[in-house]
Design a protein around this ligand. Structure first.
Ligand SMILES: [Cu+2]
Length: 240
């Protein structure tokens, strides 16, 4: 159902959708029951058929049963939802499968900066590739991300991955995702972060290993120069 509305493009998207389906099904049944009772009472207890209203306090054991029984069923439904939600949470947020690549994501007013480890697959080396508002990743690869915020709270959200993670100034938050479908998808900031929040959109390009290798090759020389420049500037600052 959810996949018809929005593509599933990560390894855990289906599990999260299943929790949404479960909640929709349970709530849907209760909605139908509530409407059935509501309308049947409207038709059954018309003024013509029952001119005098009965005053029911709910204090007798017989009356109380109608409240308690419904309560227990609602609690049972809550427990079922909790179990499936906790399983999804554990898989997505508390497990960290071994990384095949690690990227850095920095949110700031009002753009996303991405750092790809480059050809050596190591962050903080000279061949790192920095991009603004455009993230390139390889399909079927487990990525760890190091998420940071430079100024205020942001939230890194990739709807097709069913991924959303707050970025908090002063903290480096590690998470993971595994893209499963090639294509270009939206990245959004999902936390009000100032007047430009609405324009803080970016895109993620999930590509085949060959296309990703070509992208790395295409960007390496340009970024090596940029990084060396930055390093030299840092050195100059230290020497002063
Ligand atoms: Cu924002």
């Amino acid at each position: 159902m959810m996949e018809q509305i929005i593509t599933q493009a990560s390894s855990y998207a289906a599990q999260i959708d299943n929790v949404i389906h479960l909640i929709a099904a349970i709530v849907g049944v209760w909605l139908a029951v509530a409407f059935y009772v509501f309308f049947s009472f409207i038709f059954k207890y018309t003024r013509k058929r029952h001119p005098k209203a009965a005053y029911i306090t709910g204090e007798t054991h017989e009356d109380g049963k109608w409240v308690h029984r419904a309560h227990f069923v609602v609690i049972a439904c809550d427990v079922v939802i909790l179990v499936f939600a906790a399983m999804a949470w554990h898989h997505v947020k508390q497990q960290l499968p071994p990384a095949e690549a690690t990227i850095r994501i920095v949110g700031q007013q009002w753009a996303w900066k991405f750092t790809d480890p480059g050809l050596d697959n190591q962050l903080d080396t000279v061949d790192d590739i920095n991009t603004i508002d455009e993230l390139h990743v390889k399909v079927n690869t487990v990525y760890h991300f190091k998420l940071e915020a430079k100024d205020v709270l942001h939230s890194f959200s990739v709807p097709v991955f069913r991924l959303k993670q707050d970025a908090i100034p002063g903290r480096v938050i590690t998470g993971w995702f595994k893209p499963t479908k090639t294509g270009e998808y939206d990245i959004q900031c999902a936390e009000m972060c100032g007047i430009g929040h609405g324009v803080m959109a970016a895109k993620i390009v999930v590509e085949t290993p060959e296309a990703h290798a070509a992208w790395l090759e295409q960007h390496k020389s340009q970024n090596i120069t940029q990084n060396i420049k930055t390093k030299n500037l840092k050195k100059l600052a230290i020497n002063k």
